[in-house]
Ligand binder design. Structure first.
Ligand SMILES: [Fe+2]
Ligand SMILES: [Fe+2]
Length: 201
């Protein structure tokens, strides 16, 4: 599994800065709060897909159970916070997602619009998967180590769902070309952002 989740296969062009996990570990409350929001956004983004593209049957069928999984992740991060006497605070500005949204192309056919959103979701899953892997390998807290390993596997499954759905709606070549463009833009965004121990991305 670890092999399968290498950056190469996820396609990510830039590995996470090695300093990130050290500072993240010192800010675990901030990381858990930010992570809770990531899971909330993942669930809400899946709901948006279903609301905006109800006629895309295969997508609706594949994504509906993912909403429940993401919501379960959200609940479980809240539990981890509660257990540690930490509280869930206000949402923070998610510069990573704000920048990524600019990569999504407007216009085109409905299938192309859907594919843009599917690839954007796949990308966030891929990067989250990489971050969870780093946390599971480096964090001291055994419970969080296991938790992040489990989530890494789950988000890798979601990444695969989004990519295979994209290929269902547009030809493989189209999807692969667009995916490469997304990966290049994501690497530029990551490079431009400050390494912060209070953000999951
Ligand atoms: Fe999740
Ligand atoms: Fe996910």
């Amino acid at each position: 599994m670890t092999e399968e989740l290498s950056n190469h296969l996820l396609g990510l062009q830039l590995p996470t800065d090695p300093r990130w996990v050290n500072i993240a570990q010192m800010n675990i409350e901030e990381i858990l709060v930010d992570h809770a929001y990531c899971e909330q956004k993942a669930a809400s983004s899946c709901i948006s897909l279903i609301v905006l593209f109800p006629e895309k049957t295969e997508m609706v069928e594949m994504i509906t159970p993912v909403v429940a999984e993401e919501w379960n992740h959200f609940e479980r991060v809240l539990e981890q916070l509660k257990k540690r006497g930490m509280s869930f605070g206000q949402a923070r500005k998610d510069e990573y997602v704000i920048q990524l949204q600019k990569v999504v192309r407007k216009g085109g056919s409905r299938d192309q619009q859907l594919v843009e959103r599917l690839l954007m979701n796949a990308l966030i899953e891929a990067r989250s998967c990489e971050r969870f892997k780093i946390l599971s390998q480096n964090i001291q807290d055994q419970e969080l180590k296991n938790f992040y390993y489990e989530l890494m596997v789950s988000e890798a499954g979601h990444y695969k769902n989004f990519i295979s759905l994209a290929k269902h709606y547009m030809p493989d070549d189209y999807v692969l070309n667009r995916w490469k463009e997304f990966l290049i833009e994501e690497a530029k965004i990551l490079k431009s952002l400050e390494v912060r121990g209070d953000r999951m991305h």
